[in-house]
Write a protein that binds this ligand. Sequence first.
Ligand code: N01
Length: 576
Amino acid sequence: MANSRAPETGATYDVVIVGAGFAGMYMLHCLRKLGLRARVFESGGGVGGTWYWNRYPGARCDIESMQYSYSFSEELDQEWSWSEKYSPQPEILAYANHVADRFDLRRDIVFDTRVTVAEFDEDAAAWRIQTDQGDQIQAQFCVMAVGCLSSANIPDFPGREDFAGPIYHTGHWPHEGVDFTGIDVAVIGTGSSAIQSIPVIAEQAKSVTVFQRTPSYTVPAWNEALDPEYERRIKSDYPGLRAKARARPTGFYFPFNLNSALQSSAQEREAQYEAAWSRGGLPFLGAYGDLLFDKAANDTVADFARAKIRNIVNDPETAELLCPDNVFGCKRLCVDTGYYEVYNQPHVRLVDVSERPIQRFVRAGIEANDETFEVDAIVCATGFEAMTGSFDRMHIVGRGGLTLKEKWIAGPRTYLGLSTVGFPNFFMVTGPGSPSVLANMIQSIEQHVDWMVDCIAHTREIGARAIEPTLEYEDEWVEHVNEVAEISLRSTCSSWYVGANVPGRPRVFMPYIGGFPIYVNRCNDVMTNGFEGFVMDTAPQTNTMPRVRFTERWRVPLDMEVLSPAAVAAKRVPVV
Ligand code: N01
């Protein structure tokens, strides 16, 4: 990326932040409130992170916009208006830009600059940072705000360089947009990005050929213009809604039925699923309390979803190919607008590559199943190296020359998804081992940032140079994350949650599935107990109680009525 500025060398900051998405922006805002000096490096040309890069047609959030937004500022909540129930990517990016302007964040963010090296200097107790633009700076703390789904997974299809046309990845979409009018397009993949983009691409293209390795379950979004009366009602008590959301396992609020699917009659279940389908979106998973924990219960909802597909898709062969046979909601549930319906259009074709992988790209298109599919453009909707991909792309070196890559060779190991042994003063926003992608990401981000800022402030206030978790607590947390993952059916299938979408990655269930409130309570307790499980060096008064500034708002009572069975089970499992 062109960058004409002179590199910054020799400067010292309190905190360096990698990434200016929703996490990096909020981190910067909070650190400034404490009077700390922070520098943010961002590889993109603007703020917004995932919403800066994922500009593919049809991209929008799948959590209602009124909840998929920052909650730290009541003024911000009141002044911003969303136009749709699930807002489109350009509007979410506009919101990120509004936040950057409103809180004057840009002056501490360096754009078009990728951090390449982060190395802990044990003598200085500080991180030495290098970028691809020649910057060399130092900071006491290093905060990775790199996102969970940022590193594009572009499979190594043979013959990629032979294809005559353009190849796009949904996660790196050209900023000027792509005009598919009148051309033949191939889409590889059928995850959330594909499911959102295919119906929109099909509106323009002469033909769309979709290469499917594994079908996904998707429920309709029933997206619509935001009802002003609904907005007014929420804004009349926004803090109330935010508090209710925080008490939920998913970090966002929606009606949740705790009853068991198996204890309902077939007729009752059908009615319940129909009602949930007609409300649409991710709340569909709240139709019954045991859908993700009991295979027999899950079979009932999977049957319902397959019946929907067969009912919507006219061609029986295509309908069968679109019917998943795995656990419903095991992979991330997709939320769509007109996805199954698109296969009723004569110019949209589904190609099954589940038995035999795509053979190669050739000049004219794609060879699969011994057939050449001639296309003018290829869209790879092939996902991300989730959770750890962005860390892998930097050279991160902790104490004693240990690299993070080496440490995580068999899968990520963290304490609370916040930090990792051997890497002092190093924090990860929504890192592996935290609820992250299993909860409303913006809530997950804010809770992590608030905790980290209180932690950084405390460390400095007591005069410690460094803070790092202990191996004992990290091991216990990793064990607990794995134990809780076993409770849910989500750990049973090959998904990006377990790294199975990228060949060669270790199979580990990466996010914490115990539920957001349980997790938040644990983080609160760790802080209240003087950062239990962490060691601080050269701290003269380690028994000083932390001042809870930012974290206070997360001390909400647990709503035991709506905790998921995994969350309840997690609470029973002794953590330390
Ligand atoms: O990626 P994915 P995504 N040959 O990994 C296929 C979030 N998100 O970008 O399932 C052929 O889900 C792969 O097949 P398989 C959301 O959390 C949210 O769509 O591995 N196919 C799969 O079908 C989501 O879960 C929104 O067998 C290959 C697809 O590519 C996450 O991001 C919107 C292949 C990848 O699907 C990732 O979604 C978009 C190969 N070699 C994304 N390699 C919202 O709605 C991979 N595939 C907010």
